[in-house]
Design a protein around this ligand. Structure first.
Ligand code: AMP
Length: 367
């Protein structure tokens, strides 16, 4: 963990060269620091905006050592950085978020165990190491259920719905290569929300307003702020996010995704945590348009041990992801109050996040 405060002129090492690394690099430049991006893919979008880069594999110990030597702190923009890579780097330079947070967030079972240990509610789940485990697990948690790989799942990849007993064998066969798996009860949620929380090395914590997220084809399509939830639910979401950051001794920005389950007979809604992401998050891109400090600057402030910025929101906003060839309409579709962000990816493949637009409302926030 970074103990000292880094000054302008410092170099921030970022593992991963996707759009999140690119947006972090832009925030770093604004604070008078430099980035060094490490990524195996020579066509990474973040390489276009960084003064220093390394193209090498995450298992290349020589390249990792040279990278560590060249930077003042190491962070990452995706949770599938091998934990072994994090262990190598954290011996050489401060790593934020820490490798324990990375290990928890990249394995759905470790994540659910961690949340449960910390009395944070998740959908009932069971580990699945064999077909027999699946049958026993379903007998415990009931149908419908969702079966997921524990690792490397994103945007709905590596998961299947099990609606009836007839779906069980096919779902198992489809995911068997990714054992162990996790089976969880299907949540009859009303909506999905997320909270982006930041914590620095002095333990200061700030949360952005909860966003309401809508997915299309399992990919985030829009994040709307404010979310249509009660103040009580919003406060609950913030306090759960803070509790997670503290329990992980987390430094940096963390995304927490929730299911909002409506209460019965007028009771308050309950929140179940679906997933945590140890990084800046797609559902926080709206912050760059309407917050006093955005999630990218907040992450850099946190890992450099700077005082965190004010996350207050100055307008209502809808963030819309541009997926695949949706990017092609730009700039013709933009209205005056649309703020576009284009990631500079070479090829607009189907399902690929190419950019986003923050549609900024003239409304001042309600409070
Ligand atoms: P995940 O990869 O776990 O974030 O899941 C992707 C999406 O699938 C979520 O955002 C939900 O829309 C849906 N989903 C995942 N797990 C469940 C569940 N247990 N119950 C209902 N919907 C789910």
């Amino acid at each position: 963990m970074p103990e000292k405060t880094l000054s302008p002129g410092a170099t921030i090492g970022i593992l991963g060269g996707g759009q999140l690394g690119r947006m972090l690099a832009l925030a770093v430049a604004r604070l008078g620091m430099k980035t060094h991006i490490y990524c195996p893919d020579p066509n990474s979008p973040a390489f276009e905006v960084t003064p220093h880069k390394t193209v090498a594999g995450y298992d290349d110990e020589k390249a990792l050592a040279a990278f560590a030597d060249a930077v003042d702190v190491v962070t990452y923009e995706f949770e599938n950085v091998p934990v072994q890579t994090a262990h190598i780097l954290e011996k050489l330079k401060p790593l934020a978020p820490n490798s324990g947070a990375l290990a928890v967030a990249q394995d759905r079972l470790a994540e659910k165990d961690f949340l449960t240990r910390n009395t944070i509610a998740v959908s009932p789940f069971r580990a699945v190491h064999t077909r027999d485990d699946l049958h026993k697990g379903l007998a415990d948690i009931g149908l419908p259920a969702v079966i997921k790989t524990t690792r490397l799942g994103y945007d709905g990849k590596g998961q299947r719905m099990i609606k009836t007993a007839d779906d069980v064998d096919e779902a198992y066969a489809a995911l068997e290569d990714g054992l162990p798996l996790v089976i969880e009860a299907f949540v009859p949620f009303d909506k999905e929300i997320s909270v982006i929380v930041a914590r620095n090395g002095h333990g200061q914590v700030q949360c952005f307003d909860p966003a309401e997220n809508v997915h299309e084809n399992h990919i985030l399509k829009t994040s709307t702020v404010p979310a249509a939830i009660t103040d009580l639910t919003a406060d609950d979401a913030r306090s759960i996010a803070r509790k997670i950051a503290e329990a992980l001794d987390y430094v940096g920005v963390l995304g927490v995704e929730f299911f909002v389950v409506p209460g019965e007979n007028g009771a308050a809604a309950t929140l179940l945590v679906n997933e945590i992401a140890p990084r800046v998050h797609n559902s926080g891109h709206w912050t760059e348009a309407v917050c006093m400090t955005d999630q990218f600057e907040q992450h850099i402030r946190a890992i450099c041990n700077w005082p965190l910025g004010n996350p207050a929101r100055m307008a209502d906003v809808v963030m819309e992801n541009l997926i695949g060839d949706e990017i092609n309409g730009l700039p013709g579709t933009l209205s005056q109050s649309d703020q576009p962000h284009v990631y500079g990816k070479l090829e607009a493949r189907p399902g690929r996040k190419m950019g986003h637009i923050n549609h900024i409302s003239a409304n001042a926030p309600a409070k």
